[in-house]
Design a protein around this ligand. Sequence first.
Ligand SMILES: [Co+2]
Length: 447
Amino acid sequence: MAAKIPTDALKELRVNEASKANGKAAKPVPAADDDEGHAEDSDDDADENGAANGTDGATGAAKKKKKRKPKKKKKNPTAQTEPPSVMVSQLFPNKSYPKGEEVEYKDENNYRTTNEEKRHLDNLNSEFLTDYREAAEIHRQVRQYAKKTIRPGQTLTDIAETIENGVRSLTGHSGLTEGDAMVAGMGFPCGLSLNHCAAHYTPNAGNKMVLQQDDVMKVDFGVHVNGRIVDSAFTVAFEPKYDNLLKAVQEATNAGIREAGIDARVGEIGGVIQETMESFEVEIDGTSYPVKSIRNLTGHNILPYSIHGTKAVPIVKSNDQTKMEEGDVFAIETFGSTGNGYVRDDMEVSHYAKNADIQHVDLRLSSAKALLSVINKNFGTLPFCRRYLDRLGQDKYLLGLNSLVNSGVVEAYPPLCDKKGSYTAQFEHTILIRPTVKEVISRGEDY
Ligand SMILES: [Co+2]
């Protein structure tokens, strides 16, 4: 889920305005060789994930021996179904979830990988790591199915519900009983943003929108286990004319991940992301466009039950000197655009979240009070969308919801769109800045 920089703050950060000027071609950067090397990392990781997936029947056999009753016991499933429905805790006994991609720190931080004290700190975090790895494995399995099955002709509503139901099934929490969605489930709504819209679009009730052959769709969804949110996104397109746009953004995101680490300054990371992104030029329907980083969207740190922490990771060069620190969790996400490289609020709001740092507010409207109680019990500060209120049986809540937004208790996250007719793409991973290594927790064979 993207974080947006307020316009005033953008000026203060003195972000690089070069790319803004009338579609001037961006400076080419000889990044190709470097990126080849990087791809190797993800391959290694993919093997690791693949191996961990190959659960054998050993546990099932052991159980049979112990219970010598004539009644046939249903064997534990050893593979995921299509659509996904099996809890990952059944597929990985004893919570042996696969690790993400572990990357050693560079230069003066390299000692950390083998350092005793840092390894001890890592061990103290085992529960945090287990929750994070479970959430990441759920993200991989659900998106794998989504990528395989998303086709033009499907409604956005069907696509969103398939992904969200998959996530809920794999966590084992339907979220239908009070408080259940807080234990594990959606970390934030499944965004399905088309073409010039970059982020925060998901259908509201009654939406009949159908995915088209010519569309470029950003699929951005979150999975949480005990409030540990994995935030990861990819872009789907069916026409090869968009391949280079997607490639630019995927490489930009990987460049950001590569630069991330302890003591890394976020403004400099933004500079590397921008250089990578803007080294691409794409041709779509006979017109060529420079790919621009969307300068008022950023990555962000993630806190328990809170998708947008206090640190931003810009995707253009900026003078933001904020450092990444041991223990931080970051969503590294980049957005490329053939348009202005700047987004505005547009269209009907679907995403909301309770404001984490708001104190008590006196609400006069009884419908607002009642709705706030539903939000507190079911989502806390986790983002939700209108469909999530519908499935809890809430109706006629818009007046109350708008009142909560106007009083500042709840924040609305409207869709963020570049200029009409442009195309935008997004890739995103969640990374853990562990004491010993950087773990790209949501890395998979796909991206
Ligand atoms: Co995000």
